[in-house]
Design a protein around this ligand. Structure first.
Ligand code: T4K
Length: 396
């Protein structure tokens, strides 16, 4: 049998340099230089400087929300949120999310209660939440995944019915909207990530949005151990301050958001067309929103129909310099410390386990062209056609 013509078996890789997943939209050097020269001239580097204040005002306008509190990253934003909301006992959240969602609870002394995911959307399975509610549960953390949303209106109704607090990890959902309401306006508050891999980037960073004045005041005091805004009683303070350098990058990124969203949408469409006729690959549409940021390109691999296991396919792509990732893997219920602490979840979250075993993210964002996407899709089509030979050679 001929050796399949893939880099895994010695052929030249399809791409000269690695194509990572992650948005990685950054401004030009000239724009950096000018923004950073201003910071240098002001000699004011952090703690609610003029750029951070400007960013908060612009984000409030953009999201249509009363308060935006910028933070140094979304993980600390989630920790601050749990503290400001004065949560107690247990919090329900999906197991199919980034480990930071659950770790924020562990840091604040709360116990995560893991809910299974909907197999087709990846979002929390709303039908399974009610069975998890008991007297110790004080809140639900919805997670808006992959440029889609987890039905925040239904979650609001559910939380209201049971007298629970509700907030959202919206790390993936900046700029998304549900009709005329932007993500950022649901529940008591929402937390966004401005990591470099997100559509709105501060390199590292994030923000909390809320329409609740009291919560906003508490969040501002928790964020800075030496105060910004008027003083309200809070038990714990932290350092979640955003630096002026982060704010400068985020301001430029916010300006670029419309163009970057359009670029993502065009790339997503190109993938949709290129993957449509390949057996065994299903593209996950960002559901639950009327406007998506198309920040992630997620597909699921049916190994029977495709002919290769997801992980073999990723190995093949990596050799071609296409750095596909398996977000999320494993489900949080299988991560330290939760696997040991709560072993009962191992058999209770079958849809999360299936998603972790089958989903794969492909590159989308600043570093790709539509031609690159056509080549990636062509690679995948060829991998599917040559699946038997690939498997035989990989095992040899
Ligand atoms: N909730 C959810 C649902 C989340 O997904 C996340 C984070 C959070 C909460 C917490 O948000 P933050 O505290 O991070 O603000 C990434 C990101 O670190 C993380 O933000 C993200 N979600 C998570 C899903 O993925 P990594 O370790 O996979 O990213 P990293 O740094 O390896 O970057 C991906 C690829 O991009 C690599 O191949 C290298 C490339 N890259 C990356 C950076 C940062 C570059 O070429 N240049 C760069 O500057 O975690």
């Amino acid at each position: 049998m001929n050796t399949p013509a893939f880099a895994l078996f010695g052929a030249a890789p399809a791409f000269e340099s690695p194509l990572p997943v992650g948005q990685l939209y950054f401004p030009s050097w000239e724009r950096y230089e000018s923004a950073f020269r201003d910071i240098f001239e002001r000699q004011y580097y952090t703690n609610q400087g003029p750029l951070t204040a400007q960013l908060e005002a612009r984000l409030q306008d953009f999201l249509g929300v009363r308060h935006v509190i910028c933070v140094s990253n979304a993980t600390i934003g989630l920790m601050m949120a749990a503290e400001a909301m004065q949560l107690r006992g247990k919090v329900i959240l999906p197991a199919f999310t980034f480990v930071a969602s659950a770790q924020s609870l562990s840091w604040t002394g709360l116990e995560p209660v893991f809910c299974d995911a909907d197999a087709s959307t990846g979002q929390i399975d709303l039908a399974q939440i009610e069975a998890l509610i008991d007297d110790e549960v004080s809140a639900i953390m919805g997670v808006n995944l992959w440029g889609g949303a987890c039905d925040p209106l239904a979650l609001e109704a559910l939380a209201h019915k049971h007298g629970l607090q509700l907030y959202f990890d919206s790390a993936h959902a900046f700029g998304c909207a549900l009709d005329d309401r932007k993500i950022g306006n649901f529940g008591q508050l929402e937390v966004f990530s401005f990591h470099a891999t997100k559509i709105l980037s501060a390199s590292e960073g994030g923000c909390i949005s809320t329409n609740d004045d009291e919560l906003a005041a508490r969040l501002r005091n928790i964020r800075s151990s030496y105060g910004a805004g008027h003083t309200v009683p809070v038990v714990k303070t932290s350092n979640g301050r955003m630096s002026e350098a982060q704010a400068a990058i985020a301001l430029m990124s916010l300006e670029d958001f419309p163009a970057n969203q359009q670029n993502n949408a065009a790339q997503f469409q190109a993938y949709a067309e290129g993957l449509r006729d390949i057996p065994g690959i299903t593209l996950t549409q960002p559901g639950g929103v009327s406007f998506s940021n198309y920040q992630y390109l997620v597909c699921s691999i049916d190994s029977e129909r495709f002919g290769l296991e997801r992980d073999r396919l990723m190995e093949l792509l990596k050799a071609e310099n296409v750095l596909a990732r398996r977000y999320f893997y494993p489900g949080i219920h299988r991560c330290i410390p939760y696997a040991e602490k709560f072993p009962a979840y191992q058999s209770r979250l079958p849809q999360t386990d299936t998603l972790c075993a089958s989903s794969m993210q492909l590159p989308i964002g600043a570093l790709l062209t539509l031609e690159d996407i056509a080549r990636i899709c062509e690679l995948l089509a060829r991998a599917q056609r040559d699946a038997t030979a690939i498997e035989q050679h990989a095992r040899a």
